[in-house]
Design a protein around this ligand. Structure first.
Ligand SMILES: Nc1ncnc2c1ncn2[C@@H]1O[C@H](COP(=O)(O)OP(=O)(O)OP(=O)(O)O)[C@@H](O)[C@H]1O
Ligand SMILES: [Mg+2]
Length: 272
């Protein structure tokens, strides 16, 4: 197996519960508890689990949007600080969210949306249009999209734009949080295929968060099952699905009516 890219050791994240006139902290929600996880270079790890089990919190903690309460993270075998971190590290881990529309500022053109991070990180060494057109072509969109605005695109196209934004800083790890859940099934398949192609092209690793076992079966090399903020089972995708060891995993799989004997294949469809 290739070298570890991301390693989490006993990672624990709490959210404060605030109440009263002065929003005083009166308690904590323990969203992640003693989470251990490794993502190897070039690997796609699927995170599954019921709503509220801590999947998004895991992604947000890795990407630095939440500060862990305890535990350690390392990236490329070097310590990865929780919360705000040096820009050179920050840009190597990107996150794509569920709602393609909400993630795009409606007042910015596609050109601005695709190049704002490059400008912020001072990484532009060519005309903005050129960099943005290359990103668009990577995600299968024409360069004439550059001067248009998010509302002019379909859900699948908007998610392609979000993928292009995530690619702009040449990350090595992309966290996809329910990245295809809001799309209809044929468009879902196209975006999943796009993500697989980009993984090969740019040697990416993915942490693929989803509640959909069919999606994870199609895309992931390994599955990690979470329950109430903890890992309850992990292993190669097919073996976790065909011979789940933990009772919770069995329940999760039994709840998927479409899971037959054959591996999930993406249905054919038109252009997203
Ligand atoms: N900002 C917050 N403040 C307080 N509690 C939160 C906050 N965000 C999440 N939580 C709580 O933390 C726990 C984990 O939430 P999280 O959003 O990580 O779950 P999830 O697995 O992503 O769920 P879903 O599948 O519904 O997206 C839940 O109990 C949730 O209510
Ligand atoms: Mg979530």
């Amino acid at each position: 197996m290739s070298a570890p890219l991301l390693e989490l050791n006993a990672l624990t994240t709490w959210y404060p519960i605030r109440s009263g006139l002065w929003s005083r902290t009166t308690g904590y929600v323990e969203a992640l508890t003693d989470m251990n996880l490794t993502v190897h270079e070039g690997e796609t790890v699927g995170i599954v689990g019921e709503s509220g089990c801590g999947k998004t919190t895991l992604g947000r903690t890795i990407v630095g949007l939440e500060k862990p309460r305890a535990g350690t993270m390392s990236f490329h075998s070097k310590p990865l600080p929780g919360g705000i971190r040096p820009a050179a590290i920050q840009r190597q881990i990107q996150m794509i969210f569920q709602d393609p529309a909400a993630a795009l500022n409606p007042r910015l053109s596609i050109l601005d949306l695709l190049t704002e991070a490059l400008v912020y990180h001072r990484l532009l060494n060519e005309p903005r249009e050129q960099a943005a057109a290359r990103l668009l072509s990577d995600v299968g969109l024409d360069a004439d999209a550059l001067h248009r605005y998010p509302f002019e695109f379909s859900g699948g196209q908007r998610q392609r734009i979000n993928v292009a934004r995530a690619l702009a800083l040449k990350p090595s790890l992309i966290i996809c949080d329910e990245a295809v859940s809001a799309l209809d099934v044929s468009v879902q398949a196209q975006v999943l295929n796009l993500l697989m192609d980009l993984k090969e092209k740019y040697n990416l690793s993915y942490l693929f968060i989803t509640h959909d076992i069919n999606v994870v079966r199609f895309i992931a090399d390994r599955i990690v099952v979470m329950h109430q903020g903890r890992v309850v089972e992990e292993g190669p995708t097919e073996s976790v699905i065909t011979t789940p060891a933990h009772p919770y995993t069995r329940t999760l799989i039994a709840a998927v009516p479409t899971l037959g004997a054959s591996p999930a294949t993406p249905p054919a469809g038109g252009m997203a």
